[in-house]
Design a protein around this ligand. Structure first.
Ligand SMILES: NC(=O)c1ccc[n+]([C@@H]2O[C@H](COP(=O)([O-])OP(=O)(O)OC[C@H]3O[C@@H](n4cnc5c(N)ncnc54)[C@H](O)[C@@H]3O)[C@@H](O)[C@H]2O)c1
Length: 346
């Protein structure tokens, strides 16, 4: 049994607490939040867990094996480092940290202490994203030509992070998992319509050495909620609508081919192939449940999480490169930034 303490019981924390309370192999032992009113709710819902306004109580408790942190991003590094130094396995919310240097330091600390560091990039544990990965890995999709995502809704406006860290981060992690390739360059345009607040709308394009191009539109200022990805391969194409209750993924046997007949080459003959469309059956298990069980398995069997610190670091590096491109002076806004990677802390 892995005893878990959760720090942060705001919007996302309750989902973690509920899942850890239900996951086989975990005991939801304690919850810390600065706000005693939130802890009152925990006491009513999970009477077996103790509560505290001081997260240090969880770190000092030798019975707690692992800590899950769901606090605002600017607190991730300090709280995460304190948890690792107290010898706790760590589940940290996305994005891992504010800066890539902080992410590298957390990775080093976890490695030095042989502790599991899992970054909660929840989408990686959904049946839909796993099915997309399978369709790429088996070669069914063919070579991935493009990824195009729309991730918009009204709010939630955040004070400490931009729409990139809030929404584009999901596309960055999904792309990392699906393609297994890091982009070499990024170009981003974005704006904050309300002075003094972080960017609330952005258009981000990522370029890959293989020729794949990826784009995401993210916004907190849309009248309706949209979560739609188009993924095009040279054999088949996929749409993934996360708001569909069932049939989230649709696979289209569609594509084009150019003739290789030397007689016709001058005429640029394009053949359009339109075959069947089908909706594969997806694993409907809640992603956080899959992820919680995976966390326990990693702790018990010394395994590396699918969303480990290195994936978290690559995502933070992309947030930095994207923000840098987006924040160039107005005339150069959207300038393409070459991406340089660094794994080790300075
Ligand atoms: N994985 C996902 O899909 C997903 C979705 C939403 C949010 N998140 C992430 O979860 C994290 C929290 O986001 P949120 O929307 O729940 O924020 P929130 O502001 O609603 O909640 C944060 C909570 O942390 C508490 N807190 C802050 N500092 C603390 C401290 N030192 N000790 C104890 N408690 C403290 C606050 O009192 C608050 O209750 C963020 O990193 C966010 O990016 C992830």
């Amino acid at each position: 049994m892995i005893n878990i303490g959760v720090i942060g019981y705001g919007y996302w924390g309750p989902n973690l607490v509920r899942n850890f309370a239900e996951t086989p192999g975990t005991n939801m032992a304690a919850v810390a939040d600065l706000d005693p009113r939130k802890l009152e709710i925990v006491k009513r819902r999970f009477p077996a867990a103790y509560t505290t306004t001081d997260f240090e109580d969880l770190l000092k408790d030798p019975a707690i094996d692992a800590v899950a942190i769901a606090t605002p991003v600017h607190t991730h590094f300090a709280l995460g480092m304190a948890a690792l130094r107290a010898g706790k396995h760590l589940w940290l919310e996305k994005p891992l940290t504010e800066t890539s240097e902080q992410a590298r330091r957390l990775i080093d600390e976890a490695q030095r202490r042989n502790l599991v560091l899992l970054v909660d990039h929840t989408f990686i544990y959904t049946g839909a994203v796993r099915k997309m990965k399978e369709l790429i890995s088996t070669g069914e999709l063919g070579r991935v030509l493009y990824y195009d995502s729309t991730r918009v809704n009204l709010g939630l406006f955040q004070r400490d992070v931009s729409v990139i860290s809030d929404l584009a981060v999901h596309d960055f992690s999904i792309l990392d998992y699906l393609l297994g390739e890091h982009p070499v360059a990024v170009s981003a345009n974005g704006t904050n319509h309300f002075p003094g607040t972080p960017e609330n709308l952005a258009y981000v394009t990522l370029f890959y050495d293989s020729g794949t191009i990826a784009h995401t539109s993210v916004s907190w200022l849309a009248p309706v909620k949209v979560r739609l990805i188009h993924l095009g391969g040279n054999k088949k194409m996929i749409t993934y609508d996360d708001l569909e209750p069932s049939e989230k993924i649709k696979v289209y046997d569609k594509g084009i081919s150019f003739t290789t007949d030397p007689q016709q080459i001058q005429e640029m003959r394009v053949g359009y192939r339109t075959g069947d469309m089908w909706a594969p059956k997806l694993d409907a298990t809640e992603a956080l449940r899959v992820e919680g069980e995976h966390f326990v398995d990693c702790i018990q069997h010394n395994k590396v999480p699918d969303t480990d610190g290195h994936l978290g670091l690559r995502v933070v590096e992309l947030i930095e490169a994207t923000s840098s491109s987006m924040r160039r002076k107005i005339r150069r806004n959207g300038e393409t930034i070459q991406i340089q990677r660094q794994e080790k802390a300075a």
